[in-house]
Ligand binder design. Structure first.
Ligand SMILES: CC(C)(COP(=O)(O)OP(=O)(O)OC[C@H]1O[C@@H](n2cnc3c(N)ncnc32)[C@H](O)[C@@H]1OP(=O)(O)O)[C@@H](O)C(=O)NCCC(=O)NCCS
Length: 195
């Protein structure tokens, strides 16, 4: 399938019996995702994070609608992560480069669900989709050096640490280091497998 045709119809992913990935539904997802964004601990390694102000329904819906717009504009593929229907996080492929053979992945999970192996399963499922369906050769991620959960989930999902990017993050009024990770198609043994 041509790369641009991938954005005609959004494809959800069933990760396992409980965990599913689906497209953002702005009206429905605005509140639960806003609640996650309000947890500063969840975003302490995100450059540019600003804690949301008081609940503002229109603003939150607009923020969610921008994810759908990003998909329609072929700039990103962003899934809402649900467990038995509850919204617990987000994962997205974006920054498509090198003739759409390379993408970056970003993610977060609600704190109450950390360290139960959820993101690792989700990340593996999204990488398989990225390689098999979207045709990527390489998927990259950058994790702050102190972000243990993110470094660990990337390693568990089969990413290789390719180096350290000095002063890659701007946090707490200073530049801090990040680890550069990538996974290539061959790492999942998917060469030759079609979507
Ligand atoms: C990064 C994140 C998505 C991981 O999600 P998750 O569902 O907890 O991930 P998993 O449970 O699959 O893997 C996390 C691993 O880190 C380990 N871990 C986390 N904190 C740890 C700590 N302080 N010390 C040692 N290990 C730790 C967990 O034990 C687990 O490894 P294990 O299965 O070998 O025990 C989640 O922590 C998160 O949302 N963080 C905030 C957002 C964020 O930083 N996103 C990434 C930006 S690059």
């Amino acid at each position: 399938m041509a790369f641009c045709d991938l954005f005609k119809e959004f494809q959800p992913i069933r990760v396992d019996g409980n965990i599913s990935l689906r497209q953002h539904e702005p009206e429905k997802d605005a509140r639960p995702l806003w609640e996650i964004y309000c947890d500063e601990e969840n975003f302490k390694y995100f450059s540019g994070y600003r804690k949301p102000h008081d609940w503002n329904k229109e603003g939150a819906i607009r923020a969610e609608a921008s994810r759908v717009k990003g998909f329609k504009g072929k700039r990103e593929y962003s899934w809402v992560v649900t467990i038995n229907g509850e919204v617990v996080g987000q994962i997205q492929l974006f920054n498509f480069t090198n003739h759409n053979t390379c993408a970056e992945v970003g993610y977060f999970i609600k704190r109450k669900y950390w360290n139960q192996g959820i993101n690792t399963k989700v990340l593996i499922a999204v990488c398989k989709f990225g390689f098999r369906v979207m045709g990527f050769e390489r998927i990259e991620a950058i994790a702050h050096v102190d972000n243990i959960g993110s470094n660990r989930t990337l390693q568990k999902a089969g990413f290789t640490k390719e180096g350290m990017l000095r002063k890659r993050f701007y946090l707490n009024d200073r530049a801090e280091d990040g680890n550069m990770y990538a996974i290539v198609k061959e790492d999942l043994g998917l060469r030759g497998i079609k979507g």
